[in-house]
Design a protein around this ligand. Sequence first.
Ligand code: SAM
Ligand code: DTB
Ligand code: SF4
Length: 318
Amino acid sequence: MEALRYDWTVEEIAQIYELPLPELIFRAQSVHRRYHKPSEVQACMLLSIKTGRCPEDCAYCPQSAHYKTAVQPAPLLDVQQILDAARSARSAGATRFCMGAAWRSAPLGAEFERVLEAVRGVRELGLEACCTLGMLTDEQAQKLAEAGLTAYNHNLDTSPEFYGEIISTRTYQDRLDTLDRVRKAGISVCCGGIIGLGESRNDRYSLLHQLAIQQPHPESVPINLLVRVEGTPLAKQEPVDVFELVRMIATARILMPKSMVRLSAGRLTMSEEAQALCILAGANSIFIGEKLLTTPNPSAQEDIRFFDKLGISFRAIT
Ligand code: SAM
Ligand code: DTB
Ligand code: SF4
C-alpha cells in the first residue's frame, strides 16, 4: 500500500481537482476501496447543545449574534436532554453523536463539567462522541480526552487567503492552535470546510492543502455545502455548482485516503443523483436526522429509502 503523503503541493492538488470527471472519480474510487468498504457509510447525528448568541461573526452562520436570523437562542441543555437525543440517534442508526455549541471558546466551570458528563454518557451508550465548542485550552482538551471524547470538530472552513472575508473575530492561526491542542491531548481531529462562500477554486485548493499537509491527516474531514440562511451576510450568495462539491470530495479522498470524508451540510438542496455522485467520489459518512444544528436536513425515512436504493448500508455499532 502506498504511504500516506503530507507533502502535497497546491499545484498537484489543482491538477487532481481539475481532472476530467471520470478520471477523478476513478482515482478517488481506487483509493477509497483500498481503505474503506464501498458499500457502507457512517451515519452521524448532530445536536445543538447551546444555540445562538455567538460572539463570532462567521458570515455563513445563523447562530452569530452579529446577524438577525430566525434562530431561537437556547442555553446549554441538561445532560439528560443530551443523552435522550443520543439514544434516539442510536435508534436511528447513527454510530457517532456530535454535540455543537455556539461558543467562541469552551467555557470554564459548571458548564464545561456538564459537557464532560454528557461526553461520558454518550460513550457509555456505545457511540462515538464528537464535540465542537470553539477554542480550547490545553487543560480543556485534556479533560475532554479523559472523559472519552472520540473526536473534536474544529473547521478551517476556507483558505487562509479568503478567511478574512468570512470571519473577522478570530484568525486562521487561532484555529490551527486549537487543532494542535486537540491532537496533543490524543483526541482525533475532525476538520474540514465549506464551499459556496464565494471562494475561488484556488481557495478550495488552498483549504485542501492546509488539511492535507497536517500530519497525521485529520481523521475526519467534513465537507459542507453552504446552507444559505436568511439574515446572514451570505443569504443571497450564488449557489455553487454541485460538481464543485463532487470534485472537492473526490480530491479530499485522494489526498487523505484513510480519513472519513463526510458529506455534511447541504444535502437537502441536492438531488439524489448528486448525493450519489458524492458517495461515488469517496464520501463515506453523512449526517442523519431532520435537523443539522439549526437548519433542516433530509428525514430519516428519506435517507433509509435513498441508501436502500443505492444498496449502501449504515455502519453498525462495533
Ligand atoms: N462554534 C463552533 C465553531 O465554530 O467551531 C462550533 C459550531 S459551528 C456551527 C460548526 C461548523 O458548522 C462551522 O465551522 C461551519 O463549518 C459549519 N456551518 C455553520 N453554519 C453553516 C452553514 N450555514 N452552512 C454550512 N455549514 C455551516
Ligand atoms: C460540520 O462541519 N458541519 C456540522 C458539524 N461540523 C458541526 C454543522 C453544520 C451546520 C449547518 C448549519 C446549521 O444547521 O446551523
Ligand atoms: Fe459561532 Fe461557530 Fe457560528 Fe462561528 S460558526 S458564529 S463560531 S457558532
